[in-house]
Design a protein around this ligand. Structure first.
Ligand code: AMP
Length: 428
């Protein structure tokens, strides 16, 4: 079996780790990969969005399965192009990936299928957006409709701030193409939860619920980032809540997408706000595994779980479990470079002790080897330290202890990943 993983971050390293564990004899290619994936397979120096080059390389290496990590190649139609060339692909085509690449489209789908979500409207004209803002109560959330690498949603405490944000996106082109259309929506309260489900377009297998930490600093303060850590499972995500998410969010969305002739296959990621009465409101859909959520989820899925990806890609999936179990608990701490998220410093030499133990997995994200083989920081999020345990508090202690021992100049990280669960468990 020959497998191609597209992407080069911590998510892709974790996917490669799981694929290699389940299929030790498989030949693994990664485009472009990183020094972590290089230990598991062959890195190909091809950007994740170079659609034609990736189709050519999949042909040349007679790839049996392609797993696409990031959203940009999905939105660019990589899955469609590979399928048109006869490949088996895990990931939605561009039309289905619009659930992530156009928030305005996602809102429309949710409205027509009755999925709980914040009341909203989409705008391309500033005048209409300002009139809407004037007529609604504070706070308001202004979102760029397009892909904005996690920078597209702004929670605005006042109407004035909402108006300024709308102007910056629509008129000043602050987020470029992504902000040419915006969604303005009501502010929801509750606790956030991410529920990811594998799907072939009709059937679903829900993964253990996960929570990530988007803010840079401890206590969920500071600027938004791509994610500073994640943990799994989350006790807020009870079986009853997951059942509601299946019935009220995932199934109606899949039905609506099929009706629109954009059947959704791959992983559907629902970013939820669970209200105090337990209603799962959708804040956003993602069309791919999360980063760093994947690094916490895959290590605790049952062995053999990547077979689901292969079967979905091959169109021969026969899911037997509605929810895949978490075999243990996992906490992933992101080690970022000084200056992240705005201006991360590059080049610091990284030391990863070799005796971190069997319950610690170090996934590479922004790393590179220099000419002499020294591992160096080469991106904002540098390493992802996943620790496993019987409980989330145990995994959290192990992840923080290992993160402490890994060193590089400017290492920036949070010691409080999973704090909500620790508080629930009475451990903090
Ligand atoms: P999104 O990219 O839509 O997931 O938004 C990013 C973050 O903004 C979410 O994780 C929430 O913390 C916050 N957010 C987005 N929409 C809302 C909303 N309607 N009400 C409250 N917070 C929101």
């Amino acid at each position: 079996m020959k497998v191609l993983v597209v992407g080069g971050g911590g998510r892709e390293h974790a996917l490669c780790w799981a694929l290699k564990r389940d299929l030790p004899h498989a030949t693994l290619f990664v485009a472009p990969g990183n020094p972590g994936t290089a230990q598991l397979g062959t890195n190909l120096p091809i950007p994740a969005t170079a659609v034609a080059d990736l189709v050519a390389v999949a042909r040349r290496h007679t790839i049996d399965l392609t797993v696409i990590g990031p959203e940009a190649p999905l939105a660019a139609g990589l899955a469609d192009a590979l399928r048109a060339a006869g490949g088996a692909v895990f990931g939605p085509g561009a039309a289905a990936a619009r659930l992530e690449s156009s928030k305005a489209f996602a809102k429309e789908v949710m409205a027509s299928s009755g999925v709980p979500t914040a009341a909203s409207r989409s705008f391309t004209e500033l005048g209409a957006a300002l009139a809407y803002i004037r007529a609604h109560t504070e706070p308001l959330v202004v979102k760029a409709s397009g892909l904005a690498a996690g920078k597209g949603a702004v929670v605005c405490d006042t109407r004035a701030e909402a108006a300024a944000t709308a102007r910056a996106m629509l008129t000043d082109g602050k987020l470029g193409e992504a902000g040419r259309e915006i969604v303005i929506e009501e502010f929801l309260t509750g606790e956030e939860l991410s529920v990811l489900a594998l799907t072939d377009g009709e059937r679903l297998a829900i993964l253990p619920p996960v929570q990530d930490h988007k803010r840079l600093n401890e206590g969920d303060t500071g600027p938004n980032t791509g994610g500073m850590g994640a943990y799994c499972p989350v006790s807020l995500g009870t079986p009853a809540l997951l059942e509601r998410v299946r019935r009220e969010v995932l199934e109606p969305t899949l039905r609506e997408m099929a009706q629109r002739r954009a059947p959704y296959t791959g992983v559907l990621y629902a970013g939820l706000m669970v209200s105090t009465d337990g209603t799962p409101f959708v804040l956003e859909f993602n069309c791919r595994f999360g980063d760093p959520e994947t690094q916490a989820v895959f290590p605790i899925l049952p062995e053999g779980c990547t077979q689901h990806l292969a079967d979905i890609a091959a169109g021969r999936w026969q899911p037997t479990q509605p929810v895949l179990p978490a075999m243990r608990a996992a906490v992933t701490t992101v080690l970022a470079a000084r200056g992240y998220p705005d201006t991360p410093e590059r080049g610091a030499a990284i030391d990863v002790p070799t005796d971190l133990g069997p319950d610690v997995l170090v996934f590479h994200a922004g790393t590179a080897r220099d000419g002499s083989g020294t591992l160096r920081a080469a991106g904002g999020r540098v390493l992802n330290v996943t620790a496993l345990g019987a409980t989330v508090p145990e995994a959290a202690r192990r992840s923080a202890a290992a993160s402490e021992r890994i060193t590089f100049e400017g290492k920036t990280w949070r010691r409080d990943i999973a704090w909500r669960e620790l508080r629930r468990a009475g451990a903090a």
